[in-house]
Design a protein around this ligand. Structure first.
Ligand SMILES: [Ca+2]
Length: 183
């Protein structure tokens, strides 16, 4: 017991010298933001420190194509959300965000697409302020400062294909999504 105490104290001393404390069982790491609104545990909930092999909290619009947790090439953690279309229609997935008119949020996320040129982050409902972003073959991070224009639910949408020109296999990947309520 005494030896353990000495080692433990040494750990804090070492930490104070600027080196990681090797004796603390749970090293300092992820801390959720108390204003985080993307709290469901899923493939893109890395900022809330609860990433999971899951699509919880999300909806595959109209049940079209497929919407899955994918481990092929996540931007952060072990998984990313993958929306894929069979083509022939606008095709998207969305996260449902509870809003009160006038609420403001800062939304950050990463997107990419491995097929198709029609993958977009756009057309969010009941909010203003987001910019249409086109996914490329490289993970890219974007930030949107949005304001709720209604009271109820907003849809934070990510399109595998923005219109009917999409073909089978067109996709969008979403990861590392944070929705911080700022007012
Ligand atoms: Ca992830």
């Amino acid at each position: 017991m005494r030896l353990f105490l000495i080692i433990f104290i040494f750990g804090f001393w070492a930490s104070a010298q600027g080196t990681p404390n090797p004796y603390v069982l749970f090293p300092a790491g992820c801390t959720p933001d108390p204003n985080e609104q993307h709290t469901a545990a899923n493939a893109a909930s890395d900022p809330n420190c609860n990433e999971a092999d899951d699509t919880a909290g999300w909806t595959n619009a109209a049940g079209e194509g497929s919407f899955t947790s994918d481990a092929t090439d996540p931007a952060v953690g072990g998984h990313a959300l993958k929306k894929q279309t069979t083509g022939g229609s606008a095709s998207y997935c969305f996260y449902s965000l509870s809003i009160t008119s006038g609420d403001t949020f800062t939304v950050t996320y990463r997107i990419k697409s491995t097929q198709g040129s029609l993958a977009r982050s756009t057309a969010w409902t009941n909010v203003t302020g987001e910019t249409t972003r086109t996914a490329t073959s490289t993970w890219t991070e974007y930030t949107e400062n949005i304001t709720a224009s209604a009271t109820g639910t907003a849809q934070i949408r990510f399109y595998a294909s923005i219109n009917t020109s999409g073909v089978n296999g067109d996709n969008i990947f979403v990861d590392d999504l944070s929705i911080i309520k700022t007012n």
